[in-house]
Design a protein around this ligand. Structure first.
Ligand code: CFM
Length: 568
């Protein structure tokens, strides 16, 4: 295939990269240069990822506590979760809008509560263990939960409260499972560390506590799906239509009991590789459950995933049913997709989201024939960009070494793979791949600009130069982007919208994108720098503020010799 078809057209991405970098002091520029990469799909180049954000750069990342408490643990609705720390961090755990659940009447739901030890100066000085124990007792007396989780915030680690001993003591005292998570916000460079800590805690303390499997001919878990906007419900409904039973979705609308027995399934499907690959790997080692990468974002992606799952189970009945379901779903979806594609084909998209959505959502935009001009994760690791094949080459730095790697061995009684080695060999020989995440870059065009942990400055440059028709990103930059006259689809919480997963979700998404692209509101926006040059923000608009840039080039905040002056 000639290169130009598979290559992003002008503007020249190398020049864009230079333009983004040139404002930075030398040291910053050197670091950011490793995180802004021109894509090479056949052989993805190494990208700097999972490293510390440079102080002063406005990042979209969250903290380790957010990744553990907010993302992975939050949705387990009958696990009573107590944040040990200041009330501000505690309030952040009040995730009633994020953690959508449909709780059966027989079950308990603690998600509408926000439980916190309200750490004060006193505890910072004299220690907070006593107060934590008191909080656990109080919560137990009121709610009598099945299990309690303690989640640490920054001060807990700084003052050295031993929450694990507290958990052990309270477990003995109350006779229920009490689990502590050392997920202090500073533990890692982003929320990614919190995912890992949560994975370890869930695997060590919950998974495997109940060996009774759910009934079902084909059983699986969906790992790394958080039911944002109801996505997990769409996936569950779709799989149920095909005759596949989901024991647990980790973690979306899920209860403690489901997590306890989720090691009894035949297959694990991994949606968000970044946040849950650890559990998938450990379950395979201990219980022999194979895992495959799945993606239910996008119509083509959903169909592909269903077929892959059917192939794994190797049943004619299931395969026929899956094809029937795909045909039915596409019947409803196709006319809408075609209508939207006709309107929006060729429009340009840039995606900067978390640790998996910047990849997954490309499929939805491709459904509409739109072009991805640039993409990047906030906090994913090299394997999410370049594929799992680079895992052995990833340098473990001090920040990653901070997070415990569990040593896992096959369980002498419970290691029971659902497929025999012969079946696995036959599947593999037929091109089926297990543990197969190939990352974002192989699916993107040559020379697309891949930007890790994008800064506001780089985002502004990107908009200025590429002029994307729409950006998928998060709340921290949404309004900055929209003030520049570009619609921004919030792809974390979906801005109260969704679901976007599976076929029904895809239809919602097409319609939403259509609304965003066709609303007349954008033409009423005049970006601030077009009204008057912003003296304090010389970075905004090249054509309008060249003069200002030159004027600013030699100001004190630029290091002398940092090649600061833009060409006149
Ligand atoms: Fe996985 Fe997520 Fe994401 Fe994520 Fe997140 Fe999220 Fe995300 Mo926001 S687990 S990496 S830490 S898919 S909260 S549900 S949307 S940044 S791309």
């Amino acid at each position: 295939m000639p290169d130009e078809i598979n290559t992003v057209a002008a503007p020249d991405p190398a020049a864009v990269k230079e333009e983004m970098l040139k404002i930075y002091p030398a040291k910053t520029r050197k670091k950011r240069a490793k995180q802004i990469i021109l894509n090479e799909p056949d052989c993805p180049p190494e990208i700097g990822a999972n490293s510390r954000t440079i102080p002063g750069i406005i990042t979209q990342r969250g903290c380790t506590y957010a990744g553990c408490r907010g993302v992975v643990m939050g949705p387990i609705y009958d696990l009573l979760q107590i944040t040990h720390g200041p009330v501000g961090c505690g309030f952040y755990a009040w995730l009633t809008r994020r953690n959508l659940v449909r709780v059966p009447e027989s079950e308990t739901n603690y998600l509408q509560y926000c439980m916190n030890t309200d750490m004060q100066e006193d505890q910072i000085i004299f220690g907070g263990e006593k107060k934590l124990k008191q909080a656990i007792r109080e919560a137990y007396d009121i709610f009598k939960p099945r299990a309690i989780a303690i989640l640490a915030t920054c001060p807990v680690g700084l003052i050295g409260d031993d929450i694990h001993t507290v958990a052990k003591q309270m477990k003995e005292e109350l006779g229920i499972n009490v689990i502590a998570f050392s997920c202090e916000g500073y533990k890692g460079v982003s929320q990614s560390a919190g995912h890992h800590i949560a994975n370890n805690g869930v695997f060590k303390n919950i998974i495997g506590l109940d060996d009774k499997p759910d009934e079902g001919e084909f059983t699986m878990n969906i790992l790394g799906e958080y039911n944002i906007g109801g996505d997990a419900w769409e996936i569950d409904t779709l799989l149920r239509k095909c005759g596949i039973h989901v024991t647990a979705t980790l973690s979306g609308d899920v209860n403690y009991g489901q997590v306890k027995r989720c090691h009894t399934v035949m297959l694990n499907g991994v949606m968000c590789h970044r946040s849950i690959n650890y559990i998938a790997e450990m379950m395979e080692k201990k219980f022999g459950i194979p895992w495959i990468k799945v993606n239910f974002v996008g119509a083509e992606a959903s169909a592909k995933t269903l077929r892959k799952i059917a192939q794994f189970f190797d049943s004619k009945k299931l395969t026929d049913r899956v094809e029937e379901v795909i045909a039915q779903e596409l019947l409803a979806l196709r006319p809408i997709r075609e209508e939207m594609r006709a309107k929006h084909h060729g429009k340009k998209v840039a995606l900067f989201v978390g640790g998996s959505r910047a990849h997954h959502y490309q499929d939805l935009f491709r459904d509409l024939g739109m072009e991805i001009v640039s993409a990047g994760y906030e906090f994913a690791h090299r394997d999410d960009y370049e594929g799992r094949k680079v895992l052995p080459n990833i340098k473990v730095d001090a920040d990653s070494r901070n997070i415990e790697e569990l040593h896992v061995e096959a369980d002498p009684e419970r290691f029971k793979p659902s497929r025999t080695p012969e079946q696995v060999a036959a599947l593999t020989a037929g091109g089926f791949t297990f543990k197969d995440y190939e990352g974002m870059m192989v699916e993107m065009k040559k020379n697309t600009l891949i930007i890790d942990d994008i800064s506001h400055h780089e985002m502004e440059k990107l908009i200025e130069i590429y002029k994307p028709d729409i950006i998928g990103s998060g709340i921290k930059d949404k309004f900055v982007i929209e003030k520049m006259g570009v619609p921004c689809k919030q792809l974390h919480s979906y801005d109260y919208s969704g679901p976007y997963a599976a076929f029904t979700g895809a239809i919602n998404f097409y319609r939403e994108i259509d609304r965003m692209l066709t609303t007349k509101v954008w033409k009423f926006i005049t970006p601030p720098w077009e009204k008057e040059p912003q003296a304090a923000s010389p970075l905004l608009h090249a054509s309008k503020v060249e003069a200002l840039k030159r004027e600013n080039a030699n100001k004190a905040w630029r290091k002398p010799g940092a090649e600061a002056a833009p060409e006149a």
